[in-house]
Design a protein around this ligand. Structure first.
Ligand code: COA
Length: 260
């Protein structure tokens, strides 16, 4: 499938999805949001794809936010619809069942930061800048920023970013746990690829169930979350992947998982 504002390349099971509107710092207009949602569904359904790297075209930006020109025209109902469709697109990546890694190059603001937060792992280039500047525009975050940011960096750090609208650099993002790794800009693509390929060597069903347990568990009590984890632990016992993983260890060879 061809997407006007997205580039999609799949190599040996790893898909790289690039938001390609560099002249507008990859801002998310309605068309990009809709195309990203379609791409997420496509990647979920493609059995060849073991994981996804999400990034932005050009050296300056991952994504500089929702398209402000679109927002300037919206009314009440349209604002609500835009928020819901953006949230659904983000959720399609978050609940894909395959690891999605955000490789953040440059500005990662507003909806861009929200999309990165829906990814399972975020790594950043040294020149990355993060922020939720919505309040500076007199608006609230609409793609999950008020919900995922406190879950990732804690309530205090989240409110600091959400209420000031200030930008933080990659090192500060690392310090507060918004990203898990910072690398020189010219090594970002290679690092992202290496990390995702390392993850993709692991059992696909174990990865899926682990992500699901973390995702659902965050909204549960500890007791409920532990019960969910025990169910997942039992469920993997029925898979060929578990037999292969344990046998490969005992036979001192690398496991070859089939996702079955
Ligand atoms: N929506 C729409 N267009 C955007 C955009 C956004 N979120 N962010 C950047 N652009 C456009 C600019 O309007 C400009 O377009 P033009 O060349 O047609 O005028 C182009 O991208 C380049 O941006 P520019 O502002 O000239 O780059 P800069 O290096 O001077 O500044 C930023 C970079 C990121 C600081 C600045 O673009 C910015 O503040 N963007 C908005 C960030 C934001 O508030 N995001 C949250 C939206 S809810």
């Amino acid at each position: 499938m061809n997407f006007e504002n997205l580039l999609l390349a799949v190599k040996d099971g790893v898909a790289t999805l690039t938001v390609n509107r560099p002249d507008k710092l990859n801002a998310l207009n309605d068309q990009v949001v809709s195309q990203l949602h379609q791409a997420a569904q496509l990647l979920k359904d493609d059995p060849e794809v073991r994981g996804v790297i999400l990034t932005g075209a050009g050296p300056k930006a991952f994504i500089a936010g929702a398209d402000i020109a679109d927002l300037a025209k919206q009314g009440v109902l349209q604002g609500r619809e835009r928020s819901l469709s953006g949230q659904a697109m983000l959720r399609a990546f978050e609940a894909m069942g395959k690891p999605v890694l955000a490789a953040v190059n440059g500005y990662c603001l507003g909806g861009g930061c929200e999309l990165a937060m829906a990814c399972h792992i975020r790594i950043a280039s040294e020149n990355a800048k993060f922020g939720q500047p919505e309040v500076k525009l007199g608006i609230t975050p609409g793609y999950g920023g008020t919900q995922r940011l406190p879950r990732i960096v804690g309530r205090g750090n989240a409110l600091h970013l959400l209420l000031t609208g200030e930008q933080i650099n990659a090192q500060e993002a690392l310090r507060i746990g918004l990203v898990s790794k910072v690398v020189p800009a010219d090594q970002l693509a290679a690092e992202a690829d290496k990390l995702l390929r390392t993850i993709a060597l692991n059992g696909p069903l174990a990865l899926k169930l682990t992500m699901e347990a973390v995702d659902r568990g965050l909204d549960m009590t500890l007791a409920e979350g532990l019960a969910l984890e025990a169910d997942a632990f039992g469920l993997v016992a029925a898979t060929d992947d578990m037999k292969e993983g344990l046998t490969a260890f005992l036979e001192k060879r690398p496991a070859k998982f089939q996702g079955k």
